[in-house]
Design a protein around this ligand. Sequence first.
Ligand code: 1GP
Length: 246
Amino acid sequence: MKTESIQRGKYIGLLLDPDRTGGDTLTEALEIATESGTDYIFTGGSISFRNIDELIDEIKKSCIIPVVLFPGNLLQLSLKADVILLLSLISGRNAELLIGNHVTAAPYLRNSKEKVIPTGYILISCGRRTSVEYVSQTEGIPSDKTDLAVATALAGEMLGLKLIYLEAGSGAEYHVPLSLISAVRKNITVPLIVGGGIRTEKEVDDVFNAGADMIVLGNGCEENPDLLRKACAVRDRLRKTQHPLA
Ligand code: 1GP
């Protein structure tokens, strides 16, 4: 099987909340994702009542879009995903989320190393407290502390992490500020994913233009399924008009 990797460029990921997608809702979401040319299906979350293996099986029955596992905890590890983000919550100081869980997970993942992407996960506080802050027992970096976010991303890259993920948190009041995204982009060379609180076509355009290589959309698409089509159209336009690494 081809090994998926996440590159620099312009990509759209659709985050499926394991507890809010199933049956017809899932089929409909995957139809729109396939039609619009969504690049990746993300799944995982701060907490989940659903078995992730089963959800990935269901996704794979309906579409061939690569599945990226975005595990909120060790119970969400699944070897059925095409890509596994090994998240280190580098904005926090919770040792379990910096290295503890990784030690526990490593023996389980060792025969699937080619799927694993070590990822610097950076929470940015964007309005009200999000589930990820509560569950991780960490505080996000304040959204006006650009220098702290840049230093954190730089440290992550210097430690060898292959991807930086700027996260406002699912359902965040507002997305990661554009100035912070572009400052981080200018200081790292690895691909940059941005997610959380992105709800409109214009925001997708702005976040890409600020330097995101991939945008992950969750709630925005649940509220308005047309957002995914519009986001993919923005991506297509930018792919045609911009240098791939802009
Ligand atoms: C992915 O947490 C996000 O990084 C998804 O956030 O649900 O707010 O789009 P939304």
